[in-house]
Design a protein around this ligand. Sequence first.
Ligand code: SAM
Length: 425
Amino acid sequence: MNTLQKIGQLLHQKIGLSVKTVGESSIKSAVRTRMAKNNITHRQDYVNFVETSTEELTSLIEECVVPETWFFRDCEPFEYLKTKVLTLSKKYPILKLLSMPCSTGEEPYSIAMTLLEAGLKPESFKITALDISEIALASARQAVYSEYSFRGIQNTSIIDKYFTNVNSEYILNDQVKQQVKFQRSNIVDVTNRHLSQHYHVVFCRNLLIYFDNKQKELTYQNIHKMMVPGGLLIMGHAESTSTPASLFANCAVEKTFSFTCRDKNISGQEQQAKNTKKYAVDEITEKYTTKPFSRYLKYNQTNNKETIPKPTIDPSSAIEDAQTLADQGKFDLAIKICEKYTSNDQVNDEAWYLLGLINDGQGRTDYAEKYFRKTLYLNPQHYEALVHLSLLLKTNGNESAAKQMMQRANRVKKSSSQTNSASQS
Ligand SMILES: C[S@@+](CC[C@H](N)C(=O)[O-])C[C@H]1O[C@@H](n2cnc3c(N)ncnc32)[C@H](O)[C@@H]1O
């Protein structure tokens, strides 16, 4: 094994980095920098040094990591999170979110601003942000940024609202800062403290691209342990294709790289508790696939004139059931339930909205657009439908219509938060 391979092996063991994916030249350059700083001229001497000095290993890691990040990177995951916030916060009164790795803080602070913009109260959510780099974390805690950190931002009003501009620096306000707690942590060696946190939302973007398959697999298992079943996982776009379907169900909403954490490997005791849960997926599936309901669904589909008894199922739970099935990736049955529901009750905006979501997730964007428009026809104030339709129009290249739709969504949100505060005062 040559000296570079030895260093590569060390980095792989300690932080999961694969030389193949990062590129030999970046590792060579990092090693050269560290050798010069330590006045070492032979690579073998450096290997001996870094193998025995924890301090030097930390400095080498700092030199190798890629801290590249910016506010609202990729933007769609944040828009998507905004649409999920109300449902999530109803389910979890204190929402626990994780940004890992967080680098210099732009990602977790973007999450905080998204939640505040969605109308969440500061006391109703907590964000934990982890990274291996102390240098990146120190900068994150300071929260003073240059214009370059805003290169992905479309809505500049958010900068005026949450930052104070002093000369060429942008200082983040305390309201956002105090929503995020930063800690040093190694993703390949996550401590039990984090493993047992049961996060409701996890952002893990732009790190696993530097890992080999084995390391990715271990990391996904750790992320799965850290989340509640049904929790929302957001990956980076290049990583989303390697996210294992056995642990996470793809939400299949374009450009959001989002997944639902599956309930798997649960213990006997938990299984028993789960079995008694009202909305367990198997129970719901059974409810809709046993007679007479399944025959009724079939009847609706084929227009068969045979007389089928009406289902005895309470229709008010149907939308909730369809939502649960869709969250677990059982799209076909979820669609059938919604279609059945909308054929009986034409004016239920939530059923049309869910049909839009599922079709969007399945890539049937023309149907999705039709269903979101139908939702808005029935309920012009449907915030989530406005946001989704805006994302869809943007994806289809219709930028100006997308912008108008988003402006409409913002007006709806503004007026609903004014109504809320008026009713509280
Ligand atoms: C490209 S940044 C991604 C930041 C942010 N998630 C984003 O997408 O904008 C990658 C970060 O991963 C961190 N990192 C690298 N290896 C790590 C490890 N083993 N554990 C935790 N963080 C790590 C680096 O320090 C760096 O800040």
